[in-house]
Design a protein around this ligand. Structure first.
Ligand SMILES: [Ca+2]
Ligand SMILES: [Ca+2]
Ligand SMILES: [Ca+2]
Length: 509
């Protein structure tokens, strides 16, 4: 191989124009007139071009040229014994025709990939059974005066990648040579000697680059490398990033990739206690932990499901111990995630409760005077105070038979009779029928008190949730307070006595 340094760039552009010459075998028909006077047809080789000139090819870049071969004779033409001389020339014969039918044209393809700077002078030879040109020699030229050069910069710190998260690093390929740098391969392979139990499968190339990628001199290209250790992944990773380029000094560059994983903390919610509507639910995440115990954990509680109408929010949603007021009967779901000092986030822990009570309506009356005996009455709308259906302490009235006669399931009942302060006196109506009900207080006895006035308070609960609280002073014996009416199933509480004070809330069913 002659790699003289004096050759300048050849005129590759002129290849097809100037050398479009049939240089060999112009005979269209070769007559072999035998004694019998027969004419034997034979193949005749025509070649388009006198030489193959690749022109300037940067070191390690690859170019192809084709040579058109035609059979202008009448018989079949056989070709063979294709060779490059000298053998070590950086040329590869990629495609050759082995025979050409009469009138057929085929292409021979030659690839040149110079490995060093310099000029290339080689010869392509082959044989044919055209008796006029049994041996063909075609000069092959190229010059390689430029080369790509790779300068790498990498940001590949994968220490302490959070379990369950992702980190992306970057490899930047700077093209600093005299020729464009071709990137022909980018891959991540298993480390030949993984560290310990390191997993080599975690690293990947998230982007998609079509290769080969050509980077002009002075420019750069970047490749992202990502590691996304799933929860439960190994504690470390090792792999090799391999770059293949046309930089002759580093055609194959291997960059080791190593990673350590910071374990995610674990969120833990203590078992939720049974809770009724109206109660305060304690949310306890104090048993959450981090394998590395690195610094304090931070907490994030969320309500993931709640019954319609619930407007309650978590108190202390960023604390280990939080609380939640159950404002509506129904099913609630809560989640907790914790974050360690390194910023690694736990998988979500979830807990659920069903906060229900079978008791549709409940009325409670209490007062502030120990001497006073107040009585609570519950009366269907339109029925008489102290009438047959009035529910109050008296015999035969503590559990009046409402709704279906003889069926106690649809009746209200006095849960607790208080004979003096401070109550409470309680009436429960577990399965209210549709309708309107009045709740009243009657000052039954002052027990001869000198100061009988009693400030009374009535509370109405719907499915265990306090929906109204009203207050009024009852002055003495036989004072009557017609406090509220309650609509069912809506649960709307209406204040009846303007002298009272308090607030009711509508239901939502
Ligand atoms: Ca951790
Ligand atoms: Ca009483
Ligand atoms: Ca009944």
């Amino acid at each position: 191989m002659d790699f003289g340094q004096t050759r300048s760039s050849a005129s590759s552009a002129s290849f097809s124009a100037l050398f479009r010459v049939v240089i060999l075998g112009a005979l269209p028909l070769s007559c072999s007139c035998g004694e019998g006077g027969t004419i034997a047809a034979r193949g005749v080789l025509s070649i388009e071009g006198a030489e193959i000139d690749f022109g300037e090819v940067p070191v390690l870049a690859s170019r192809t040229r084709t040579l058109r071969l035609s059979n202008t004779g009448r018989g079949r033409l056989s070709l063979g014994d294709f060779r490059i001389s000298p053998e070590e020339a950086p040329l590869v014969i990629e495609r050759t025709p082995s025979s050409l039918a009469s009138g057929e044209t085929a292409e021979l393809t030659l690839r040149c990939t110079p490995t060093t700077q310099g000029a290339l002078d080689a010869v392509l030879t082959f044989s044919s059974d055209d008796s006029d040109v049994p041996s063909v020699s075609i000069p092959v030229r190229a010059v390689s005066s430029t080369q790509g050069k790779l300068q790498l910069s990498a940001d590949l710190d994968f220490s302490g990648v959070c379990e369950g998260a992702s980190r992306t690093g970057t490899v930047t390929l700077n093209s600093v040579g005299s020729a464009p740098l071709d990137v022909t391969g980018v891959s991540i392979e298993t480390a030949s000697d993984p560290v310990g139990t390191a997993d080599s499968t975690g690293f990947f190339l998230p982007g998609s680059s079509r290769l080969p990628l050509t980077i002009p001199p002075g420019e750069q290209a970047a490749f992202a490398v990502r590691l996304s250790p799933a929860y439960g992944s190994p504690a470390s990773f090792a792999a090799v990033l391999t770059l293949e380029t046309t930089d002759p000094e580093q055609p194959r560059t291997e960059i080791p990739l190593t990673a350590t994983v910071d374990r995610a903390p674990s969120a833990s919610i203590a078992e939720l206690p049974p809770a009724a509507p109206g109660s305060v639910l304690a949310l306890d995440g104090t048993s959450s932990s981090d394998p590395e115990n690195a610094g304090p954990l931070s907490f994030s509680w969320k309500v993931v499901s709640a019954p319609a109408g619930s407007a309650s929010v978590i108190e202390g949603s960023d604390a280990a111990s939080a609380s939640f007021v159950i404002d509506e009967p129904g099913d609630y779901g809560f989640s907790l995630t914790v974050t360690d000092a390194a910023g690694c986030v736990s998988p979500e822990a979830e807990a659920a409760i069903s906060a229900r009570t079978a008791e549709g309506l409940r009325f409670e009356l209490f007062w502030d005077n120990l001497d006073a005996d107040l009585d609570l009455h519950l009366i269907p709308d339109g029925k008489a105070f102290f009438g047959a259906e009035d529910c109050y302490f008296s015999e035969g009235h503590a559990a009046p038979d409402w709704g279906t006669p003889g069926d106690a399931d649809d009746d209200p009942f006095l849960v607790r009779d208080a004979l003096n302060g401070y109550g409470p006196e309680i009436i429960s109506y577990p399965s209210p029928a549709a309708g309107t009900y009045r709740a009243m207080a009657h000052y039954f006895s002052a027990h001869h008190s000198l100061s009988p006035a009693a400030a009374a308070t009535l509370r109405v609960y719907r499915f265990g949730v306090l929906t109204a609280e009203v207050s009024r002073v009852l002055e003495g014996k036989d004072d009557v307070w017609e406090a509220v009416s309650v609509d069912w199933p809506g649960g709307v509480v209406t204040l009846l006595d303007a002298g009272g004070s308090g607030q009711g809330e509508g239901g939502n069913e």
